[in-house]
Every structure is written in C-alpha cells, then in structure tokens.
Design a protein around this ligand. Structure first.
Ligand SMILES: [Zn+2]
Length: 345
C-alpha cells in the first residue's frame, strides 16, 4: 500500500501505484439509479428483464420498464465485473455521483470480491437529480464537499473518490449546474483530480462546458468530455473541441440500437465510433481519446442479455486490430491515458 495523495491512483480500497492500474474503463456505473427522481417508486418497477421483453426494452417500445434503470444488486455487479476481468480488464471507474444514488460501501464490496480496481467519482449530476438543498449552498461549500470526497471520504463514509464527476450539464446549461462546475474546477485545484463532464445534448454544449472550464482556470488536459458519441456528429465541432486541449470520451460502446431514449439522434455503432477516433488520431490527438461503455441499464449486463463490462476487451479491441489500430494506440487509449488521468497530480 502506498501513502496516497499526489502521485497515486486512489481506488475505493485505497491508493495504488499508477503502474498497477492496467486496462481501464473510464466511465461506467456498477451501482446506480438513473431513473428520474420523480419516477422513483418502489412499487412501480415493472417486470424483471427476460428473453421475451429485453429487445422491446432496448428498442424503447416496452412500457413500464423502470426496473431496467436501477442497478442495485451487489451480487450481480460482482459477477459482471468478474467477467470484465476475465475478458482482460483490470480497473473500472464508477461515476455514480450525487443524484445517481452513490454507494461507496457497495463499491468496496465489489472491488474486494471481483479483484478489480474500482475508482469512484464525486460531485453532482444534472440539476433535476440533485438534492434541492444544493441550490442554497455556496460554490465554496460545494467545492469543499468534493475536496473532502477525495481527501477524507464521500457520502458519509471513509471511502475516497479518485476523480471528480460526472458533473452534469444540460442544454440550456442551468445556473445551478454552472455553480457545481465551478466548484469542480476549484476542487481540481485542491486535489489534482481529473474532472469528468456529462455534457448537455446539444452539439455545441461540450464546447460551451470546455470553454467555461478553461476561463475558470481548470486544467484542460485533465478535463474529460463524456458521451461524444451521442453529442458531436460533425468533424468541425469535434476538431475544435480537441484543439481546446480536453480529453474526448466515446463511452457508449456496445450501444448499437437506433433507439436512444433521451434524444432523437443517429446513434453510431462501434465501427463508426472507431472511425471517428481514427480521424482524431490522424490529427495527433491520441493522448486525448478514451473509450468506455457507460453501462447504467440492466439490459446492457450479460446477466440480462447484454454485452457487459467485458465487451471492449473481448470484442472492440479485436475490431481495432482488424481496422489498423496499432498495439501502441490501443495501449494509449486503454492504459496510458487512463493512468495519466487517474494519477492525482
Ligand atoms: Zn453521463
């Protein structure tokens, strides 16, 4: 066990040496409640997923599928993370922050039982999910909460976060969400942690968030913009965002349905995601690329007919090789970039 703090990676079981991190998924949810707070009714969960409803749930035509959006079974999560380890993954980042029912002690249990390194996020998701009390807190108070999550422990436990985020934004970006983002920038200054941004669903919102963070003094090379695959669809915006120095994350790998419940977009498949990434690498942005699955539905778990946390290692990496990615490029995306971003500095 290393001493912790700067120069280490902080997992839910304590600090580790950066070299021990290995292949890492940078944006997942192991335990999470992604249901809208107004729809969180324990007696209204609907049926468990089964062979005769999972396709309809994935295609958006099933009614009353609230249960799909709740990841609360520790034994299921342990089994799924073990599958990731078997497929070649070593570490996983859980970004279930404030509003998404964070469960630090649950993550400790999963890390112990699976043998994977688990790194936890902190901060707050989009405004509708936040504790209403956040609206009356000062920016300094919100920042101090994130600093304490990294230095002492999060959500009333002594389990420490290793990254800030995912910090929720919408389009239009609300004043409360901007206050939380400013708090995240202040907390980054104190802790040296990377910030993960959940951008709003307008193609200009990632740039808006990145520009805000730069103006407020954030360290752009330690800012990750999530969900590029559902937000930015043209080369011009993509290049401009990359030129601003932040890290771009394609984190919906495995999600290949035309249906996306939160916006009417042309969701890419994994091959199209890789094509966009190749274009950025050709422009010299290899150090700014991350990939993950952002699993937050049951239907994406192996247990319920989905691809699971092992998909990138089992299926996407072979596709990368077939499509001309070098071993050094694969290593950069899955090992080197996550290691650099998760090392507190
Ligand atoms: Zn997100």
């Amino acid at each position: 066990m290393t001493a912790g703090g700067r120069g280490t990676v902080q997992t839910v079981l304590g600090p580790i040496a950066p070299a021990d991190l290995g292949p890492t998924l940078m944006h997942e949810h192991l335990l999470c409640d992604i249901r809208h707070p107004s729809q969180r009714k324990p007696d209204d969960l609907g049926p468990e997923l089964a062979l005769d409803n999972v396709w309809a749930i994935n295609y958006g035509t099933a009614k009353g599928a609230a249960r799909n959006y709740l990841l609360d079974a520790h034994d299921v999560a342990i089994d799924e993370v073990r599958r990731m380890v078997t497929a070649g993954g070593r570490s996983v980042v859980d970004l279930s922050c404030g509003g998404l029912s964070p469960d630090p002690l649950g993550l400790v249990e999963i890390a112990r039982a699976s043998g994977a390194h688990v790194i936890m996020g902190c901060g707050h998701y989009v405004e509708e999910y936040q504790d209403p009390a956040n609206a009356t807190r000062t920016i300094e108070d919100l920042a101090e909460e994130m600093v304490e999550a990294v230095t002492d422990g999060a959500w009333g436990t002594d389990v420490r976060a290793g990254i800030i985020g995912e910090i929720g934004c919408q389009a239009p970006w609300t004043a409360q969400e901007q206050r939380v983002m400013l708090a995240a920038v202040l907390a980054q200054r104190e802790t040296g942690a990377a910030i993960n941004v959940h951008p709003g669903r307008h193609p200009d919102q990632p740039q808006e968030a990145a520009d805000f963070i730069r103006v407020k003094g954030g360290r752009m090379e330690r800012v990750i913009i999530s969900h590029i695959d559902r937000t930015v669809f043209d080369d011009e915006r993509l290049r401009r965002l990359a030129d601003s120095g932040c890290v771009l994350e394609w984190d919906l790998f495995g999600q290949e349905s035309s249906y996306y419940r939160l916006a009417d977009i042309d969701m890419p498949n994994d091959a199209v995601r890789l094509r966009a990434i190749r274009g950025l690498i050709a422009r010299g942005h290899l150090a700014q690329v991350l990939i993950s699955h952002d699993i937050c539905y049951r239907s994406r778990l192996v247990r319920f007919g989905g691809h699971g946390y092992g998909h990138i290692f089992a299926n996407v990496v072979p596709m990368m090789r077939r499509r001309g990615f070098t071993e050094a490029e694969i290593q950069a995306i899955l090992v080197d970039n996550p290691r650099r971003l998760l090392t507190l500095e």
